[in-house]
Design a protein around this ligand. Structure first.
Ligand SMILES: Nc1ncnc2c1ncn2[C@@H]1O[C@H](COP(=O)(O)OP(=O)(O)OP(=O)(O)O)[C@@H](O)[C@H]1O
Length: 231
């Protein structure tokens, strides 16, 4: 059964068409790369799924529900920008997440923070940009959610920590969940992707199994992306 279903979803910002008739069906147990050039609509799609935006037309169904207050309980969302309050300590954030989300697993969060050598007694303000991003991603992935929406999760993170983070994504989601990752760092993430979705000017131009795509094209997903979107 599809956990994420988009039927003819379009989104306009005034006269700007951001998404055009998007049809997408994503099932549990899959890690899906949402790939496309700047301005192709990746963030818009993720915001629609998180119910931060509503479609201009079309229908979105998440685990049999329309996006709204109820779906927030099983959708774990990482925005493409800082969202943690500067003045809070990492320890306070863990407490806040525990209070806020029933599915938050403190043990997992603490284990990941320790492995990435993040001092939980520090305030967010005192962490480096990369470490702030790591904290955000760890909090997001420490929920036992059904749907993870990760918008550019590793953009500011150093290459050594990227591998750990990607490994963390793979090992901390379960077979009942789907992970949708928007990224430009295709080379880094492609080894963990089961499926890829290419967005071009707001339209889904490809949705394929990653292995089958590599086999069919004789290229890595990264190479194929560069071919399709050559400037
Ligand atoms: N608040 C807004 N008001 C008007 N237009 C917007 C707004 N947000 C996005 N857009 C437009 O919608 C289109 C899709 O933008 P979106 O941010 O979803 O793309 P993206 O694929 O996430 O890009 P990037 O890779 O640069 O993050 C672009 O043309 C963008 O200019």
């Amino acid at each position: 059964m599809a956990l994420i279903e988009c039927k003819d979803v379009s989104k306009n910002y005034g006269s700007t068409v951001s998404l055009k008739q998007v049809n997408l069906s994503l099932e549990a147990g899959r890690i899906v790369g949402l790939l496309g050039p700047n301005g192709s609509g990746k963030t818009t799609l993720i915001k629609l799924l998180e119910h931060l935006l509503v479609p201009t037309s079309g229908l979105i169904i998440l685990n049999e529900l329309a996006p709204g207050a109820k779906t927030k309980s099983f959708v774990s969302y990482l925005p493409d920008r800082d969202f943690l309050p500067d003045w809070m300590k990492v320890n306070d954030l863990i407490k806040m997440y525990k209070d806020f989300y029933e599915d938050f697993d403190e043990k997992i969060a603490r284990e990941m923070l320790e492995n990435l050598h993040i001092d939980c007694t520090k305030t967010i303000k005192k962490l480096s940009k990369g470490n702030r991003e790591k904290v955000q991603l760890i909090l997001t992935m420490s929920r036992q959610a059904r749907i993870y929406l990760l918008d550019e999760p590793i953009a500011g993170v150093d290459p050594a920590a990227r591998d750990y983070i990607l490994h963390t994504i793979v090992s901390h989601y379960n077979e009942n969940a789907v992970v949708l990752i928007s990224t430009h760092l295709i080379n880094d993430v492609e080894s963990i992707l089961d499926e890829v979705v290419f967005l071009k000017e707001g339209e889904v131009v490809l949705h394929e199994n990653a292995d089958e795509l590599r086999e069919k094209t004789g290229m890595s997903v990264d190479e194929y992306f560069r071919e399709v979107f050559k400037c």
